[in-house]
Design a binder for this molecule. Structure first.
Ligand code: NAP
Length: 459
């Protein structure tokens, strides 16, 4: 082995170790930032190793790609708002998967004829998974961004049609694998995989897109791992496998947090039906004035903030931290309750509150905080809805029955901050808003919290 090959292998080894440590770091909010730095370092090492070790024919296209990619990446990092992070991630998956598919097509054109059976199999997987993940992720990004209607698109015979498409795709794959000289089989597989990606995602409602994205992420990872086999690139195999399995585990964890199965998410058409809320929601919502709410908070012993998607849209994380600090200065015990699927992506609330420097010691997971609600004076729900919907616990006919919730309704008093009568992402009514111990404080979460902070200072 030449010196450059040794160097390349060494950088790949370091990159692989950094990727593993990055995943470990990202499993806890306190170490997540360090985990991200490790992932960046790993990716940097992998790029350096590839540029030094590979047989590079011309630098021209590499530099063009690096420049365009860096400009797009820096632009997205600086200007895409936190609330658009899920669709931005879906776009990244689409690009990653397209890259895997295109590398596969390139390898097929150059080396297709002389490939071994095993390499050809890996190439088929790479192109098939890459192509379906590309279009699937683009549809997911469109649904999350609202460019495509978020409602599930369902029609009679859909599952049968999808089965036929799936069989044509896998059939072409097997045919190409057995007869590599039949070029049409390879391109049929590629084209049908693009169509299958669309068909796979359109029947799923936008509420389930985070789970779908995480699944697509795992497909993109497996496509990358297959690319690694085709190119004989170890770091791609390791990184792709890590990505593939972590994506899958994340999907399973999200389903568990919503008490749903993966099959229900993929084929359930969640969001197409507006289920009936419990009988209790027939009552009236009571409004509270800003001054009364401030008074309740200022004279409370224990307050729990419950952030949800509305906090993210309003970018109210700094405002809630300021209000929390004011209350603490008055001797109030302040905690934050984090539901695993609050917001629109895993860890959404942790990321936002960390950005506002809310101490980790004040963040409590659902299982830890639920027993504390009955002894809490005021639970302040900030733009959360589904994750505090008591129907999930009390109404077995609810669409979200069995989904674990933050039991804010058990607090002595509940103040809900939201703009109006808007429903949660599931489209369900929330009986919490009609309970006798609940009061509504309408308005954009950020300005409401700022006004509350001012009012608390005057109490
Ligand atoms: P949610 O159920 O979507 O409710 C958000 C609420 O925020 C709405 O009722 C809305 O009411 C209010 N809101 C919106 N903008 C606001 C603003 N600027 N100021 C104040 N309020 C605002 O949110 P959630 O309770 O966080 O639940 C998350 C949902 O996403 C769950 O259904 C969950 O299953 C789903 N999901 C999440 C993930 C994940 O990884 N996090 C994954 C899969 C699915 P108004 O319009 O009246 O203001």
């Amino acid at each position: 082995m030449s010196l450059t090959s040794y160097f390349m292998e060494a950088t790949y080894l370091i990159a692989s170790i950094l990727f593993v440590l990055a995943l470990k770091g990202m499993s806890h909010p306190e170490t997540a930032r360090r985990g991200m730095f490790m992932a960046e370092g790993g990716m940097f090492m992998a790029i350096v190793g590839t540029l030094i070790g590979a047989h590079i024919i011309t630098w021209g296209w590499i530099l063009v790609g690096l420049t365009i990619g860096s400009i797009i990446g820096i632009w997205m990092a600086l200007f895409v708002p936190m609330t658009s992070m899920p669709q931005r991630t879906a776009l990244s998956h689409a690009f990653g998967a397209l890259a895997a598919a295109l590398v596969g097509v390139g390898e097929f054109i150059i080396h297709g004829a002389e490939m071994t059976v095993v390499t050809r199999g890996a190439l088929g997987f790479e192109v098939m998974l890459g192509a379906l993940t590309t279009t699937g992720s683009l549809i997911a990004a469109g649904k999350l961004h609202g460019t495509i209607p978020g409602k599930p698109v369902q029609f009679r015979g859909q599952n049968a049609i999808n089965l036929v498409i799936f069989l044509v795709m896998t059939g072409s794959f097997v045919y190409f694998w057995m007869h590599p000289s039949v070029i049409a089989a390879f391109y049929t597989m590629l084209g049908v995989a693009f169509i299958f990606g669309v068909m796979l995602v359109i029947p799923i409602g936008s509420a389930d897109m985070p789970v779908v994205m995480s699944l697509l992420n795992s497909y993109a990872g497996l496509a990358a791992a297959a690319t690694g086999f085709v190119l004989g690139n170890n770091v791609l195999i390791i990184a792709g496998t890590l990505d593939g399995f972590s994506g899958f585990i994340l999907s399973v964890l999200m389903c568990k947090a919503m008490n749903r199965s993966i099959t229900n998410v993929l084929f359930g058409g969640f969001g197409s039906v507006i289920a009936t809320a419990s009988a209790e929601s027939g009552g009236e919502m009571r409004e509270i004035s800003l001054d009364d709410a401030a008074m309740q908070l200022a004279f409370a012993n224990r307050v729990i903030f419950v952030p949800g998607y509305g906090l993210a849209t309003a970018q109210a994380q700094h405002a809630v931290r300021e209000l929390g600090e004011l209350l603490e200065a008055r001797g109030v015990t302040v905690k934050y309750a984090i539901h695993p699927v609050a917001g629109r992506m895993p860890g959404h609330m942790n990321v936002l509150l960390a950005e506002a420097n809310v101490p980790y010691s004040q963040l409590y997971e659902m299982e830890q905080i639920n027993p504390e609600f009955p002894s809490t004076d005021v639970a302040v729900v900030i733009g959360a809805n589904d994750v505090v919907n008591p129907d999930a616990r009390d109404n077995p006919n609810s669409l979200i029955a069995g989904m674990p919730i933050l039991e804010v309704d058990r607090a002595k008093s509940v103040i809900v901050l939201k703009r109006g009568q808007g429903r949660g992402f599931s489209g369900l009514e929330n009986p919490l808003f009609f309970k006798p111990n609940t009061n509504m404080l309408y308005g954009d979460a950020k300005s409401t919290l700022s006004h509350l902070a001012q009012a608390v200072q005057h109490v």
